[in-house]
Design a protein around this ligand. Structure first.
Ligand SMILES: *Cc1c(COP(=O)(O)O)cnc(C)c1O
Ligand SMILES: *[C@@H]1O[C@H](CO)[C@@H](O)[C@H](O)[C@H]1NC(C)=O
Length: 447
């Protein structure tokens, strides 16, 4: 053997071998596997994407006479009608041309980029320094790190229902229990505070609040956020605030950040460029650490830093562009996006609210609208999955059944598509409902 390490009797893995008669044998006989048996790890096996599980199980065969309209995809770039701002593109081009961002960034992100995020989100009630910001690969990694640093296997976290499915996907794969707290559609999806409080126990390590909401498009007002904080404060449970839609709030409605209202509850606020800047593929996110009472202290901060050292997060080039993106995007860009989303939401809500058997809930922000189905009026279908499946078959309109958000008998509509397509889709939903609607009366049950 010509490998010098082997000749020295040292393997790269540090196991020493002894030489007998010029050939190599292990120092001790080891038991060995008799056959191949390579199985996925428990973590891999326990990783479920509920949206994929449900959508892949549906028979989606569109009506060949009608072009498909997908109201299901939470990516504002797919229809091409909502480009990002030129200033955002220019920032990225400049970052590439500078040749300064081809190397590894620090694991928590460049100081200059973290400072830019801190400046952008800092407010007198909740000041931020660069050290309070950790840059991540999208908001998804921010959520992953936040759950990972706060929770051990066997702990539980409180997650909104209906809610964004990633929280559960991550938690379950880490052996963390998920407890769903109810949102109330009749109260514009406010939290059922009594239900929330009833779920808290000594193993509750984190309360997740999504505001504005995916899938509901709802926005909590200051008073409601204060009530949520009061519950967290009473039971000493830290908050993971998913604020990726922060400031994507319709005019006339306002929603402060949770951190600006908290006097004692420590908060990890997760956000990113994906939705507000309309560049989800750029994978830039962040964690804002709010800990004015020093409850997280240095240990949670150190824990977060250690976790960032597993795999570097955000790509260097987008980090290099971040300061200019945040500082140069004109207010008119944000305003135009929001007024488009509001106008499309109103069109959709108005069209759907006159359809018998449907109960749309008007959103106040983000880019979604939830629609309740009176299943009693649609005896042709067992549930929201069958309803939305047949809507594809007959009308080539695909809405995501809210079973994907643990909330049966609703479906979610994404309101980022062009206005004409939104109007066309609503017309087709009306035709579908009128064909299948049956007046529900008690007598039918007697036969
Ligand atoms: C889209 C979304 C995310 C993920 O954001 P990325 O930056 O694309 O990882 C996180 N939370 C909510 C509520 C979202 O809707
Ligand atoms: C994978 O998980 C399922 C339950 O979801 C379980 O029945 C199965 O035994 C697991 N497989 C492995 C290899 O762990």
């Amino acid at each position: 053997n010509s490998n010098p390490l082997i000749q020295l009797g040292v393997h790269g893995n540090g196991i020493h071998h002894v030489s007998v008669n010029g050939s190599f044998y292990p120092a001790k006989a080891k038991s060995r596997r008799q056959r191949w048996e390579v199985k996925p790890s428990e973590m891999a096996n326990n990783t479920f994407n509920p949206i994929r599980a449900i959508v892949d199980g549906m028979k989606l065969t569109p009506n060949p006479d009608k072009p498909m309209i997908a109201l299901s995809i939470g990516d504002p770039t797919v229809f091409g009608n909502l480009p990002t701002d030129d200033a955002v593109l220019q920032a990225m081009k400049d970052a590439i041309d500078s040749q300064k961002y081809n190397g590894y960034a620090p694991s928590v992100g460049y100081l200059k980029s973290r400072q830019a995020v801190a400046n952008f989100f800092s407010c007198p009630e909740a000041p931020l320094e660069a050290e309070d910001v950790i840059l991540t690969s999208g908001c998804s990694q921010a959520i992953d790190l936040a759950i990972s640093v706060l929770c051990n296997p066997g702990d539980n976290i409180l997650v909104p229902c209906p809610g964004f499915s990633l929280y559960k996907t991550l938690a379950v794969s880490m052996g963390i229990e998920v407890k769903l707290y109810n949102l109330l559609p009749e109260k514009s999806w406010e939290v059922d505070l009594q239900h929330l409080e009833s779920l808290i126990d000594e193993r509750t390590s984190c309360l997740i609040v999504t505001n504005p909401s995916n899938p509901c498009g709802s926005v909590f007002n200051k008073e409601h956020l204060q009530k949520i904080l009061k519950v967290a404060s009473k039971h000493c449970v830290p908050i993971l605030a998913d604020e990726i839609y922060s400031d994507m709030v319709f005019p006339g409605c306002n929603s402060p950040s949770m951190a600006s209202l908290s006097s004692d509850v420590p908060i990890l606020s997760c956000g990113g460029l994906a939705k507000r800047w309309l560049v989800p593929g750029w994978r830039m996110g962040w964690i804002l650490i709010h800990d004015r009472n020093d409850i997280f202290g240095s240990q949670i901060r150190q824990g977060l830093v250690k976790l960032t050292q597993r795999i570097l997060g955000a790509c260097s080039i987008i980090q290099g562009a971040l300061e200019n993106i945040l500082n140069n995007t004109p207010q008119s860009f944000y305003d135009n996006t929001i007024s488009f989303l509001k106008s499309n939401s109103e069109i959709c809500f108005n069209e759907l609210s006159i359809i018998p058997g449907l109960n749309p809930v008007m959103p106040s922000g983000a880019m979604y609208l939830m629609v309740g189905i009176n299943m009693d009026n649609f005896p042709d279908f067992k549930n929201d999955v069958e309803f939305t499946e047949q809507l594809v078959t007959e009308q080539s309109v695909f809405c995501l059944p809210a079973t994907a958000f643990e909330y049966p008998n609703f479906f979610r509509i994404v309101v980022t598509l062009p206005e004409e397509m939104m109007v066309e889709a609503c017309g087709r939903i009306r035709e579908f409902c009128e064909r299948h609607y049956r007046l529900h009366c008690v007598q039918q049950h007697r036969f």
